[in-house]
Design a protein around this ligand. Structure first.
Ligand code: GDP
Length: 361
């Protein structure tokens, strides 16, 4: 499955956040026999529709979609040169599908900042500089090779052009992601063979003081710093406390801070979206479940997420939109009112599709 690498300078609250991530019980509750690596934290993707469906179907269990976060230690100034844990750091980040930067905004005299002052802008620049320098090394190595190859292999001409364009962007100090060059774009796909870091989607977690959680001017300033990446604001210490509380107490604490959901829930939702993922829903008396698919997946591909046999033997998908199901109140009633659609192999799954697959075994 796709993973998001968590990176950040020392002492910004990564471990605190990551501990909260690993304590959250979404996996233990729903996949009791799953084994996960110690450096992986699994977060549920909040989806209020699941409770509604479970009510309609009388489901015993609810299984939300999940996102995997990987703790990647070792970014310091000079990481791209192999300083500190530099090489391991770069290898780990290369394996991630998105990059989540934890940025310190909280002020605390007792917690030393590696560069002596709390400045989100400077820290973001420090991290991005290392990522950009690492990409520049890859690009500079590739140019002579591609120049040679493109003389004989026509398809390499476009790759070389894309690489040279990427080089200019990186040399100007910009990440390829912020220049709009990512996986799935024409330029981004041409760069695929270089396994660059900054073509991955970014998201930012600002570890803030409690008063900053509700300071819209402050938050807008940070958002402007990182756009087009998403920014999430949370307090890692409070998140680690929230995880220990039962639901009512947690809700009370959140409301006292003017928050609607825990920061970890927001992180799950935004992370999921940053990875380009979407869900479809299945429901029955046993369980209501959100299944993870890439955006744009077809009905047979969606069936394949449940079981490869479902994809191989795919006949049709019976689909009722969540809204129609809620309005009609049951599958039988939705069918009677003509709200259940039979979709074939070409159908592209939509957000909120409640699905039952028909297949040959
Ligand atoms: P890491 O080096 O990035 O993994 O940072 P840690 O999670 O180890 O945190 C470094 C120090 O900052 C620890 O003493 C934490 O208790 C403290 N810390 C983490 N998050 C917060 C926060 O939101 N507010 C305050 N005041 N301290 C925090």
């Amino acid at each position: 499955s796709l993973t998001i690498g968590i990176v950040g300078l020392p002492n910004v609250g990564k471990s605190t956040l990551f501990n909260a991530l690993t304590k959250n019980d979404v996996l233990a509750a729903n996949y009791p026999f799953a084994t996960i690596e110690p450096n992986v934290g699994v977060v549920g993707v909040p989806d209020p529709r699941l409770n509604v469906l479970a009510g309609i179907f009388g489901s015993q269990k609810i299984l939300p979609a999940t996102v995997d976060f990987v703790d990647i230690a070792g970014i310091v100034r000079g990481a791209s040169e192999g300083e500190g844990l530099g090489n391991k750091f770069l290898a780990n980040i290369r394996e991630s599908d998105a990059i989540c930067q934890v940025i310190r905004a909280f002020k605390d005299e007792n917690v030393v900042h590696v560069d002596g002052k709390v400045s989100p802008k400077d820290d973001i620049e420090t991290i991005n500089t290392e990522l950009i320098l690492a990409d520049l090394q890859s690009v500079e190595k590739a140019v002579p090779r591609l120049t040679k190859e493109s003389r004989l292999q026509k398809e390499k001409v476009a790759v070389l052009a894309a690489v040279e364009k990427a080089q200019k962007i990186l040399e100007s100090g910009e990440t390829l992601f912020s220049a709009g060059i990512t996986k799935g774009t024409e330029q981004g796909d041409l760069l695929h063979e270089l396994h660059l870091l900054t073509t991955k989607p970014f998201l930012y977690v600002f570890n803030v003081d409690e008063d900053e959680l509700v300071d819209e001017d402050f938050k807008n300033e940070q958002r402007a710093l990182v756009a087009p990446a998403e920014a999430i604001f949370l307090n890692a210490k409070i998140e680690s406390e929230l995880i220990e509380l039962d639901d009512d107490e947690a809700l009370e604490l959140l409301q006292s801070m003017g928050q609607e959901e825990p920061g970890l829930a927001t992180l799950g939702r935004v992370g999921f979206d940053t990875l380009g993922l979407q869900t479809y829903l299945t429901a029955g008396p046993k369980e209501t479940r959100a299944w993870t698919i890439p955006k744009g997946a077809t009905a047979p591909e969606a069936a394949g997420v449940i079981h490869t046999d479902f994809q191989k033997g795919f006949i049709k998908a019976e689909i009722i939109s969540f809204a129609d199901l809620v309005e009609t109140g049951s599958v039988a009633e939705a069918r009677a009112k003509g709200k259940a659609r039979m979709e074939g192999k070409e159908y592209v799954m939509q957000d909120g599709d409640v699905v039952e697959f028909r297949f040959n075994v």
